[in-house]
Design a protein around this ligand. Sequence first.
Ligand SMILES: [Zn+2]
Length: 291
Amino acid sequence: MLKACYSPRYFAKTHTNSMEKLTAVADVLRTEKMVELIDPGIIDAEILKRLHHPQFVEAFLSGETAFATIQGFKPWNEQLRDAILSVQAGQLIGAEIALKEGIAANIAQGFHHASYESGAAYCTFNGLALVAKQNPEKRIFILDCDQHGGDGTAIFTNRMTNLINFSIFGIRFGCKAGERSLTRYIHPKQGNFDLYREAVFEAFQYASRWETDLIIYQAGMDCHQHDKYGSKWFTTELLFERDRIVFEMAKKMKIPLLFVLAGGYQLLDDLVPLHVNTFKAANEIYFPKKG
Ligand SMILES: [Zn+2]
């Protein structure tokens, strides 16, 4: 059965639904018996201080300065702090399971806008770069299919040679190309799924050539046609197809994969089924029903 890191601690009430959707998704997955949920515990803050500027980590832990809410979640509270610390533990445990078993999930976002000095755009600590930092002997390839580019992750690729970021996005929102930061822009109106699929294939070619040990797949749902940031051609069916292709390629190429939820800005009733679909696609590919 597909293993997914999650804890009720992931839930946090903020002015957006972004930390509430995690629990909403996990509840469906539990009811439908689609995953085995694994509580990852809470990360040791010292680990985060190796990834981010220690002062920024301290500020977030104490909630004392404006730095603590720089990512946009206001006001700071202990529930949010514990949610973020649990989610980051889930990244590391999820990566460990994926490396061992080939596939795993963390029912959380990768927080790809967070850079070394600070959080940004509802991303506190970068859980994608975290895996590379904690596994220096492994080559970590981020396949970022959020509608926004992973600018924070791109900055981290300059600090770690075992990290590559490959962003496929439809909004030109600060994702720089660089030596280990690759970007593919697919136009939200004039683009189409053929171009998107091609970009995904290209990502896998890179991942394979680079002898990637682990792919972390950001299965963003803000590309959906009804999302305020979405691409008008990106239907629910095509998003499912995207997820299916990613899982199929990773499985065929025998590259372990950890997947996370990433962005999505519709009401929970519309958004949760989209995220649940990613788990459905993973189950179809990795745990097909016999008969
Ligand atoms: Zn996004």
